[in-house]
Design a protein around this ligand. Structure first.
Ligand code: ATP
Ligand code: SF4
Ligand code: MG
Length: 324
């Protein structure tokens, strides 16, 4: 699928699948056979409609899945190092979370400790994760995420959604972890703060660190990502360089093209229909019921080849030709 893992990769994911056991022997296939690499210094944006498996993928990498989940595949940290999917909980808790893999969680309010102020939570993480922190270390950590210093003594319930988001981002940045997973880090922020926040996340990558930016905000992805991975119904259906994806020649997978065409600043044409239930996925291509290019061939699951999983890559219908 993606290039072979090598020493320059911060993360190499191969064949990652997650399914949730439900009642009556049913399963929800939340993530299926996902493979990608993240190189040192790289930002990969992971995009796709709600419920397609983005957060489950991030939770799998951090060993934070609930008890009804089963996981397959591998996720090697440092390219050939620790397999995050096989690591035991003690190793993940002591050595990985916060230190080697940082997380900006999708629900920051749920991750902040309700009975302690932001200052006290930041101070603790600064003490734990930085060597000899100086006097202004807490303020510096807050400022990295544009968290206002005069709100540091507030409790989480006294914060707006946007402020809780910035507090969670500040906490995640403290450890300068080699791999940062940012799951919708700009929810509740106005456009200026969105740009400031994603620019700070991008700065974090430096020479040896990498960022997986999970986002609905395609403008934010375009601003900072080197590559884009598009997920649909639990699978990655396209991985492309961001400049080719957002510029010319554009996305190659019909779903990815639909995502861009739905943007108000582009065609403003929504993708028809809804994604399939992950507990009842169809055989063949999961996008078939919504796809303008569907054919008999699509009854068979398309393989992921040269960055895309589609039987009809490159084919353009009349409307597409007219637009091109
Ligand atoms: N504990 C669970 N048990 C069963 N199904 C689950 C569980 N957790 C998540 N799921 C299902 O897994 C699928 C993927 O969810 P996920 O939260 O990863 O979506 P997402 O792409 O992050 O969506 P959003 O963009 O809304 O955040 C959903 O269908 C969800 O209902
Ligand atoms: S495989 Fe077929 S149904 Fe699926 S995206 Fe490609 S053309 Fe559409
Ligand atoms: Mg999510």
């Amino acid at each position: 699928m993606t290039p072979e893992a090598d020493g320059a990769n911060v993360l190499s994911v191969r064949g990652l699948s997650v399914r949730f056991r439900m009642r009556d022997r049913a399963y929800v296939r939340a993530v299926t056979d996902v493979s990608f690499d993240l190189a040192a210094g790289e930002c990969l944006a992971l995009v796709g409609e709600s419920g397609c498996g983005k957060s489950v993928l991030a939770s799998a990498l951090l060993g934070l899945l609930p008890g009804n989940a089963s996981v397959a595949g591998s996720a090697l940290l440092g390219g050939e190092g620790l397999d995050l999917l096989a690591a035991d909980e003690r190793v993940l808790a002591r050595e990985v979370r916060g230190r080697r893999v940082g997380l900006v969680p999708q629900s920051p309010a749920a991750h902040l400790t309700p009975v302690r102020t932001v200052r006290s939570q930041l101070a603790e993480v600064v003490r734990e994760l930085t060597e000899a922190p100086g006097e202004g270390a807490v303020a510096a950590a807050a400022e990295r995420a544009a968290f206002p210093l005069d709100h540091l003594d507030r409790y989480p319930h006294e914060l707006s959604g946007g402020l809780a988001q910035r507090a969670a981002t500040a906490l995640a940045l403290v450890g300068d972890a080699p791999l940062l997973l940012a799951d919708e880090p700009t929810t509740g922020l106005d456009r200026d703060l969105v740009e400031r926040t994603v620019d700070e996340l991008r700065r974090h990558t430096g020479d040896h660190r990498a960022l997986l930016l999970i986002t609905h905000d395609l403008a934010a992805a375009e601003r900072i990502a080197d590559r884009v991975a598009v997920m649909y119904a639990g699978r990655v259906v396209e991985i492309a360089d961001a400049s080719a994806f957002f510029g010319a020649p554009g996305p190659r997978h019909p779903y990815a093209r639909g995502l861009l065409d739905a943007l108000p600043e582009r065609e403003f044409t929504p993708i028809p229909g809804m994604p399939p239930e992950l507990g009842a996925l169809p055989d063949g291509c999961a996008f078939a019921a919504r796809c303008g290019r569907v054919s008999e061939a699509c009854r068979v699951l398309p393989e992921f080849v040269a960055g895309v999983a589609c039987h009809h890559v490159g084919h353009m219908d009349e409307a597409e030709v007219a637009r091109a």
